[in-house]
Design a protein around this ligand. Structure first.
Ligand SMILES: Cc1cc2nc3c(=O)[nH]c(=O)nc-3n(C[C@H](O)[C@H](O)[C@H](O)COP(=O)(O)OP(=O)(O)OC[C@H]3O[C@@H](n4cnc5c(N)ncnc54)[C@H](O)[C@@H]3O)c2cc1C
Length: 252
């Protein structure tokens, strides 16, 4: 993390770059972690948390085209952006403490439990629309077994979400949020893979045709888009590290 903020009177001057800012093209404001003490003894120290008005002079937002053909993530560049010092959140150089709390909460959101539930319910309806012999794909025992497996994993995710939201104390998020993020992001990818399989040859079509329903045409772009789920909010490897250190008490 190399973006810097240097205090000048009652302003900070921010220089650097943030890559991958989802939906930043629509934002009026952003928060950023910036280095305010480049000589801090640890990488995690000397970081501050500030709010930036996206209309400030010196901010440039450049879209990044992603594998699904969309452009929902951006690079944001800061070139001598002057930020009023009262837009610092909390204390200077304690930004990583605030960010860790925020990330714990973000991981509950990106585990996407509600979305997975909706996807699975819709997918069952779609499987019923695909004819197989006298019945539908849903009557196929291999397909039905995949639904049962995914639905039982979803139930575990829902229970973990309740455990996490009920178990944050002393300003510290419950580390089980890392288990939720790890399993929930994998589950999203497994559900979307089933969606591609159910769409079959129709998944080759990316733009809806009269003969191909919209849900089938969207299956591959959505599957590709959600490869991000095991990366953003902290990659799966990072979540495993947190689980090992904070829940299992293992030392690296
Ligand atoms: C589509 C998309 C949207 C995003 N949107 C946002 C956004 O809106 N806002 C935002 O702030 N960020 C966003 N991000 C950034 C995202 O949070 C980071 O990409 C992610 O945390 C991984 O960090 P990194 O890219 O620096 O990879 P790195 O940390 O450099 O990781 C590279 C590789 O090393 C592994 N690795 C890293 N550290 C460890 C470790 N300690 N132990 C074991 N393995 C490790 C990783 O698993 C990975 O395989 C987005 C990313 C993507 C892909």
């Amino acid at each position: 993390m190399r973006t810097t903020a240097v205090r000048e009177g009652d302003e900070y001057v921010v220089n650097g770059q943030k890559t991958r800012t989802t939906l930043g093209q629509h934002a009026d404001w952003m928060f950023a972690l910036v280095r305010t003490d480049p000589d801090a003894p640890k990488k995690q120290a000397g970081i501050s948390f500030i709010l930036l008005d996206m209309k400030s002079e010196g901010i440039t937002v450049r879209p990044i085209r992603t594998i699904d053909g969309d452009a929902e993530v951006n690079e944001v560049f800061f070139d001598n952006v002057r930020v009023p010092a009262d837009q610092l959140v909390g204390e200077e150089n304690r930004g990583w403490d605030y960010a860790k709390f925020l990330l714990g909460n973000e991981r509950v959101g990106v585990a996407n439990t509600g979305q997975i539930k909706r996807w699975l319910a819709e997918l069952k309806e779609h499987a019923q629309q695909v004819r197989l012999g006298d019945g539908s794909l849903l009557d196929d025992s291999a397909v039905a077994a995949r639904f049962v497996d995914l639905e039982s994993q979803l139930m575990s995710s829902e229970l973990t979400a309740v455990r996490v939201s009920g178990g944050s104390e002393d300003g510290r998020p419950n580390p089980a949020s890392s288990i939720l993020k790890l399993c929930g992001s994998q589950l999203q990818q497994d559900v979307l893979e089933l969606a591609v399989d159910i769409s079959g040859p129709m998944a080759m079509v990316w733009d809806a045709l009269e003969s191909v329903p919209d849900w089938a045409a969207r299956s591959v772009p959505t599957y590709l888009n959600y490869r991000k789920a095991t990366i953003y909010g902290g990659s799966s490897e990072v979540q495993r590290g947190i689980v090992a250190a904070t829940i299992l008490g293992l030392k690296g």
